[in-house]
Design a protein around this ligand. Sequence first.
Ligand SMILES: [Zn+2]
Length: 117
Amino acid sequence: MRAKDRKYFKNKLLQKRLELISLVQKTEDYGREANTDAEGMDLADKASSSYTKELMFSKSDSDRQLLQEVVDALNRIEEGGYGECINCGNAVERKRLEAVPWSPLCLDCQEQAEGAG
Ligand SMILES: [Zn+2]
């Protein structure tokens, strides 16, 4: 991958990282508030509040996981190997990187991984 392209994808990844960090932090703040508000609620309120909290936290888990993938991709940009499939070593399709810049797998390997999962 050319230096110009690396820089282009690096910028995309840095932007995505910022976005995810602020999302994850917002969710954590909401979780803390929901905890405090639970005092003095009746049982039904508590149940629905913890349901909402669970939803928020599972959302936050996937944000966190995505954040990790973005950070990994940034590391690959720094250390080399970005844009190559971590499974088979082939170049990850340019179109795929445009859509999902942190993607560590080429389309074939991604499809295999999804089929197996
Ligand atoms: Zn592959």
